[in-house]
Each structure stands twice: as C-alpha cells, then as structure tokens.
Design a protein around this ligand. Structure first.
Ligand code: ASP
Length: 328
C-alpha cells in the first residue's frame, strides 16, 4: 500500500461555527475519522502545519508547506494537502514553482462544506485526492476537486458555493475521477530530478486597471515593491491617459520586474496586438500569455526570491514550469 503524507493547513473542510462564523477547528485525525474508507486506499501519516482560513495564507506559509514536503519527501510516495478553497489556486501555483519535477504527486484538496455536514463534498474530495495521490501514474502538483484533476498552475476558483468550485483555465483538465477510477486526458512529463526552492519574495504589487484609474498608487508605492503585476484589459493594453503609462515606465526604469497579464479569464494575453500594448514593449515587460493571474503572482514572487540577476530573472520567468504556459 502507498504511503501518503496528509499535510493539514485548515479550510472549510475542517471548520465549525462556534457562533462567530465558520473557522477551522477539527484536527486532521478528527477529519480522517469521518472517512474511514481512506484506510483502504493508502497508509496515511499526518502533519498539521496550520489551522487557518486560507484567507490568511501568505507566501511564508507556502515556504513552510514546501519545506515540509522536502523534509518528508524520502519517506512518502505522495502528499495530500488539505487547504481552504479561497486561496488554494495560489498555493497550488506556488508549490508548482517551489517543488519542481516531483515524480511524487502533491495533491491539494478541500471542500465547499465542512466534513460533518450531511451533504458535504469533503468525503468525495478526500477519497478522490487520496486515490490520485496513490496512483502510480500521478506526479507533480494538482488540485483534485469535484471529480476533476487540474494542473496546479492552471486552476482558478470560479464558484463561491457550488461543488465544482474550480476551473482549469487555458488548459484542459488532466483527468476525471469516477468512483475511484481515474480517466486521464493527458499526463505532462516530469523531466529531471526533483528540485526544491524556498525564498518567495512577497514584495509584489498587483493592480487591476479600470476605466478612470489614476496613477497615484503606482507613484506613491514604488519603493515598497520589487515587482508589479498589471492585470490589463483584453489582450493587454495599458491606459495611456492621466499618467498611468508614465508611472509604469518609471517602475520599469527603476528596475522593477513588471508582468503584463489579462483580466479576461480565458485565452491569455498578447501585448503585440494593439498600440496600447505594443508602445510599452520596449520596456522589457514580461508577458503572462496563458498563465492565470494566480500563477503569475506566485511565479513572480518565486523568481524574485531566487534569481541572482535580471537576465536570470527573465529566463526563469519565461521558462515553462509544470505546463504554466503553452506559448513557446
Ligand atoms: N474561507 C474558506 C477558506 O478558504 C473557504 C473554503 O475553504 O472553502 O479557508
């Protein structure tokens, strides 16, 4: 039987409402006691790292999760990370960069309803996650939720209440799970040895332009940040009025790493199409293409924390990690 390490971080799945709103309370052992079938799927050991609503997860928590996986890597065949759904897509992306080329699966799951609810989705998600983690053909980082496996770099929370909370963005779902059976649509290759990283640099500002945006925030805050993500309109245009584009130029000239992505959910960015994008290409902006904003943010923090030079930063950002961009 495969040995799987359950890493508990909190989320609705272990939450109860003691009168002040839902918050994580159950221990991992209590959680497992609701799903005795798991004993027939894998030999499970538990590491409880945090008991947090994932609203409170930050890059330091990602480093701790990756550190835990690194410490336990030799002793287990795979990992299941229990996590709140609200920031699960960010964590899945971050772990895809912090633990690369892992032949051992790292599966994130959680639920929309707490495990003790009669109509909970927790039982199904846990069983699916452990089946996926215990399967010899699984490797790398995925979210397994509502019967689908989504690459860690392509997941996005798209529903606040329904059981199908996550969508796979700009990439097909990797597999579906039906009563313990895994039907795989594709399997990305793992090339080379597993590599672990630490050092996420959280000094990244993310801005989402809107009609009427002023450059004030960019002008006042530049010294607080090393990187900037701009969730542009459409294929990627940056407003050319009111000094917004000039503020972006000032960030680039001050050596800040800037990534242009799109606020449109599907099909990705392309700065070369319109003048409002092309005019800024001389600044050496990095482009997200078909990455999700979650993956862009996590990758920029990882790159800023680990690159030794600007050239290395650009290379690391553009290199494909766990299928995070289809644009060659
Ligand atoms: N607020 C919860 C969390 O992200 C939501 C959930 O787990 O579904 O921790």
């Amino acid at each position: 039987m495969k040995k799987i390490c359950l890493i508990a971080t909190g989320g609705t799945i272990v939450s109860k409402d003691g009168g002040s709103g839902l918050e994580p309370e159950l221990t991992p052992q209590e959680l497992l006691s609701y799903v005795p079938e798991l004993k027939g799927i894998a030999e499970i050991s538990v590491r409880e790292l945090f008991r947090l609503d994932s609203t409170n997860i930050n890059p330091q928590h990602w480093e701790k999760m990756a550190g835990c996986i690194r410490e336990e890597y030799g002793d287990f065949d795979g990992f299941v990370v229990i996590h709140g759904t609200d920031t699960m897509a960010y964590t899945a992306a971050a772990l895809s960069y912090l633990v690369q080329n892992s032949r051992k699966p790292i599966i994130l799951t959680g639920s929309q309803k707490s495990v003790y609810n009669r109509d909970t989705d927790a039982r199904r998600n846990l069983i699916d996650a452990f089946c996926y983690a215990a399967d010899a053909r699984s490797h790398g980082v995925y979210i397994v939720f509502d019967g689908t496996a989504i690459l860690g770099t392509h997941a996005r929370k798209t529903r606040t209440h329904s059981y199908n909370a996550f969508s796979s963005i700009n990439c097909p779902e990797a597999a579906v799970l039906q009563e313990g059976r895994i039907i795989r649509y594709f399997e990305p290759e793992c090339a080379g040895e597993v590599r672990f990283y630490g050092n996420m640099n959280p000094r990244v500002l993310s801005v989402r332009p809107y009609p009427g945006i002023s450059p004030e925030m960019l002008i006042r805050t530049m010294d607080c940040y090393d990187g900037l993500v701009i969730e542009c309109f459409g294929t990627s245009g940056i407003p050319a009025y009111g000094g917004f584009d000039a503020a972006v130029r000032a960030w680039a000239q001050a050596g800040r790493a800037i990534v242009a992505t799109t606020q449109v959910p599907h099909e990705g960015s392309d700065m070369s199409v319109y003048r409002v994008g092309k005019d800024l290409m001389d600044l050496g902006l990095l482009e997200a293409f078909d990455m999700t904003p979650e993956a862009v943010l996590a990758k920029l923090m990882w790159v800023l924390g680990n690159a030794g030079s600007r050239v290395e930063l650009e290379r690391m950002f553009s290199e494909r990690v766990w299928m995070d961009t289809f644009r060659e």
